[in-house]
Design a binder for this molecule. Structure first.
Ligand code: SF4
Length: 72
């Protein structure tokens, strides 16, 4: 998904978790990324995978958005 896509922008999605605006998203932590988010649909080790918030599109395993939920 493109970071500028309406839904992605609204959720503060970045393909690189380290580029997330920490002032705007104080809940963001460095170790959080799509790859360890409960909503990520890719397999462990996949560089990208689906996310129910972005139907039909892939998110980067190294990415992050404000709907992040810790897996497990
Ligand atoms: Fe990534 Fe999780 Fe946000 Fe989906 S909900 S974009 S997997 S952080």
């Amino acid at each position: 998904v493109d970071e500028k896509d309406g839904q992605a922008a609204a959720l503060g999605y970045k393909a690189d978790s380290s580029k997330v605006d920490g002032k705007k998203y104080a809940a963001h932590k460095a170790e959080q990324n799509c790859g360890n988010c409960a909503l990520f649909q890719g397999k462990a080790g996949d560089k990208a995978g689906g996310c129910p918030l972005f139907a039909g599109k892939n998110v980067a395993a190294a990415g992050w958005c404000s709907a992040y939920a810790k897996k497990g």
